[in-house]
Ligand binder design. Sequence first.
Ligand code: ZN
Ligand code: ZN
Length: 357
Amino acid sequence: MGDLTTPQQTTFCSKLHPGASIIIWTANVEVSYISTGTNQTVINTCKCGIYGLDSPLQRAFGSVVLPSPDPLACFSNISFTVTQQPWIALIKRGNCSHAEKIRAAQEEGASAVVIYNVDGTGNETSTMSHPGTGSTVAIMIGNVLGTEIANLIKSGTEVYMDIKVAGPHGPVSPLWIYIMSFTFFAITVIILSYFIVIVFKRLYRNQQLRIQQRELKKVAEKAIAKLQVRTLRRTDPVLSEDYSCAVCIDSFKRGDVVTNLPCRHVFHKTCIEPWLLEHHTCPMCKYDILKGEVSFSTDVSDVKYFYLMISAAIQVSDPIYEDLDTRKKEHVYENPTFEQEQQCSDHQGINCQTHQM
Ligand SMILES: [Zn+2]
Ligand SMILES: [Zn+2]
């Protein structure tokens, strides 16, 4: 027979009465026997027993004896085959009360009673109540350990047990359990509420953002409709090799339809309009077509932006842009809104409608 299975952790199950504070006392259980295989003494110790609520908290030692014929010690004709004193009764839980089992062993002279739990409960134990059992030490151990000891005894092995008080496990106050439960519940509710609020805030913010973007797009479309659009002719100054569309990095060609921004930067119409719809600013100098001013919201540490600003500075300072206003009348304006506005300004606003963004 090998070593007994030593429970690493005993599960305590206590029935708590409202208003009561229960201290569970644990027991160190040392089991020793001579192994029939190796003829050596095997000693197993575990903190795996709990004292009954009506048991004296005392040490008990002796050889372990099983009841017969009923291992649950519930029959009236229970007997114990005792070979030496002192002795400890090992009785299985069930069929009758703990007190009846303990009294049956007590009447036969047991110094202590060990009740092991029912099958299928592993190392689990529970607090025993056994009023009227006097000075007999009573503890409960798990089913696994109890069954192994019982099997050793049935196989003819003499098993000894030493029960010692290990210490209190608790106190477990019902009020403390209520406080802990309420705290856990409250924390869970707070955390859940926090996440729900965060989710709804984000949904609301995203919805507002979408509405703002739609509104901005409409305003941008109106602003783009008012920009000067022209088709490049042979004499146009931007046909020089020094100039190119900053969006597609392609040089301008005769016949290209270009858009002049109020900041005097020129781009292909098909290149700049999608950009303006999204950014509303000149990609060269950050002139905001909605605000009518240069926007400095962009991070100036952005290398690309810095490069574009340098390019813009070079182009704006170029005298060729000074001529754009005077030359605009020479171009074909492809934007009807802009053309109408130009005609209005040429005729000092007479019979013209005011276009608003
Ligand atoms: Zn382009
Ligand atoms: Zn610009």
